[in-house]
Write a protein that binds this ligand. Structure first.
Ligand code: GDP
Ligand code: MN
Length: 399
C-alpha cells in the first residue's frame, strides 16, 4: 500500500526527520486559508503539491509555487481536477516554499535478493532515480543495513560523503539516512524515499541566512502483509485512488490481480491459480487475472469472485478450476449457479471441479447445463477455444 506524500511526511516527522510543515486542502478556498496561515508564520511563499500516488508530479505540472493566498488559490484551481498519469487530483498539500540550493536523492528499499534493507543515495536528486540508475549507475551509492543493528554511523557517513555533503549537512544526512531505515523497520515498509532531500536557504527574522538539509518529498510503500500489525497506517489508505475491484477483493479476502487477457480465471489456491494461468497460456490464451478464492470458500465468495472477474469488460470466458480439499466442490458449484443467475452479462464458462464432493458438484453443474471438463489441460483448451469463438463473433459484429 502506498501512502500519500502528506502521510509519508507525517511518519518521517514523527521519527524526528526534518520535514517542513504543511496542510492538506481539497478546495481553492482551503488552499488560500492554508497559505495565509503559513505566510503569517513566516513563509515567503507557498508550494501547492498534487497529492496522488504516482511520481513525476512536478513534471506533469502538479507542483506549483505561489507568493500570496490569492495566487495559491489560483494555482490550486489548475491542479485540483487535473489528471496525472490517469489519476484525478482531489487534494493538494500546501507547504512553505523552499529556496532550494541543491537536490539529492536518499532512499531505503527492501533488497529481497540480499535479504537486507538497501540504502541508496545520489547527488542527482529531483529527477526520477530509475532514470539515474539507467543512465548513470555510478552516480548512485549503495549500502546494506544490518538486519538487526540497522544502518551503522560509518555506513551513513559513507553515503553522505558520496553525495558530497560536509560539515553540519554531513551530520544531518547521517541522522536522516539512519532515520529512513528506522521508519522502514518500525512501519514494515518496502520503500522509504526522499527525493529531493534538499539543501534549502532560510532567512531568519533578523535577516541572517542559513542553509539546512530538509526532506521536501516523501514516498512510503508499506508491506501489505504486515498491515494487520498497523491499524493506524491501514486507516491512511486512500480510497479515492483505489481500483474498486481491489477494494472489493480485499473485503471478500480474495487474492486478485488484474491482468490484460480475455480469459477470467477462478481458482482455489495460489499455486493452482499460477498453474491454471500457465496452461491457459500454453493453450494459446491470455489470462485476464490471477484469482485465488482461498481455502474453504463459500458460495458467496464464489459469487463475489465472479463479479470481480466480470467487472472487466475484456473478459470473454471464465475458467473455473477447483481442487476440493477444505473447499467443498458442491459449495462452489452452488456459488456458480447463484452467480450466473445474478451476473450482469452472459459469458461462456468452463468448469473443472475435482476432490471433495466432486460428484455432487458435477450433478449440480449438469442440471444447470454448465460446460465442464475432466482435466485441467482440457479445461484450458476449451476455455481458449470459447474465447476464440467469442472474439470472432465480436470482430464479425463490428465489421
Ligand atoms: P515529484 O515530481 O512527484 O517527485 O514531486 P516533488 O515533491 O519531488 O517536487 C518536484 C520538484 O518540484 C522538486 O524536485 C523541486 O525541484 C520542486 N519543488 C518542490 N517543492 C519546492 C519548493 O518548496 N520550492 C521550490 N523552489 N521548488 C520546489
Ligand atoms: Mn519527488
Amino acid at each position: 500500500m502506498k501512502l500519500q506524500e502528506f502521510h509519508a511526511r507525517e511518519l518521517l516527522a514523527a521519527a524526528g526527520l526534518p520535514v517542513p510543515p504543511g496542510r492538506v486542502a481539497t478546495t481553492p478556498g482551503e488552499v488560500a486559508d492554508a497559505a495565509r496561515e503559513l505566510l503569517t508564520a513566516g513563509a515567503r511563499g507557498v508550494v501547492v503539491k498534487a497529492q496522488v500516488l504516482v511520481g513525476g508530479r512536478g513534471k506533469a505540472g502538479g507542483v506549483k509555487l505561489a507568493a500570496t493566498p490569492a495566487e495559491a488559490a489560483q494555482v490550486a484551481e489548475q491542479i485540483l481536477g487535473m489528471t496525472i498519469k490517469g489519476i484525478v487530483v482531489r487534494k493538494v498539500l500546501v507547504a512553505p516554499a523552499s529556496d532550494i540550493r541543491h537536490e539529492y536523492y536518499l532512499g531505503a528499499v527492501l533488497d529481497r535478493a540480499a535479504q537486507r534493507i538497501l540504502v541508496m543515495g545520489s547527488a542527482e536528486g529531483g529527477v526520477e532515480i530509475e532514470q539515474v540508475a539507467q543512465e548513470k549507475p555510478e552516480a548512485i551509492v549503495r549500502v546494506h543495513a544490518h538486519p538487526h543493528l540497522g544502518l551503522f554511523d560509518f555506513q551513513a557517513r559513507q553515503v553522505a560523503l558520496a553525495l558530497g555533503l560536509t560539515g553540519p549537512h554531513l551530520a544531518d544526512a547521517v541522522a536522516i539516512a539512519k532515520g529512513l531505515v528506522r521508519v522502514m523497520v518500525e512501519r514494515d515498509a518496502d520503500l522509504v524515499e526522499v527525493n529531493p532531500l534538499a539543501i534549502v536557504r532560510e532567512i531568519g527574522a533578523d535577516g541572517s541566512s542559513r542553509e539546512r538539509l530538509v526532506c521536501l518529498d516523501a514516498k512510503i510503500t508499506l508491506d501489505d502483509s504486515a498491515l494487520p500489525r498497523h491499524p493506524d497506517l491501514e486507516a491512511r489508505r486512500d480510497l479515492d485512488e483505489e481500483d474498486p475491484a481491489d477494494a472489493e477483493a480485499r473485503r471478500q479476502e480474495i487474492n486478485f490481480i488484474h491482468l490484460d487477457g480475455t480469459i477470467g480465471c477462478l481458482v482455489n489456491g495460489a499455486g493452482l491459480a499460477m498453474t491454471t494461468m500457465d496452461l491457459v497460456k500454453r493453450a494459446g490464451g491470455e489470462p485476464a487475472n490471477f484469482l485465488d478464492i482461498g481455502g474453504g470458500a463459500k458460495a458467496e465468495t464464489v459469487a463475489a469472485a465472479m463479479r470481480l472477474i466480470l467487472a472487466d469488460p475484456r473478459v470473454q470466458v471464465i475458467l473455473v478450476n477447483i481442487f476440493g480439499g477444505i473447499t467443498r466442490g458442491d459449495e462452489v458449484a452452488r456459488g456458480l449457479v447463484e452467480a450466473r443467475a445474478q451476473q450482469a452479462r452472459e459469458v461462456p464458462m468452463v468448469v473443472r471441479i475435482v476432490g471433495t464432493n466432486a460428484e455432487a458438484a458435477s450433478r449440480i453443474l449438469h442440471e444447470a447445463s454448465f460446460q465442464t471438463a475432466e482435466s485441467l489441460e482440457a479445461a484450458a483448451e476449451q476455455a481458449v477455444a470459447a474465447a476464440r469463438r467469442v472474439g470472432a463473433a465480436v470482430d464479425g459484429g463490428t465489421r
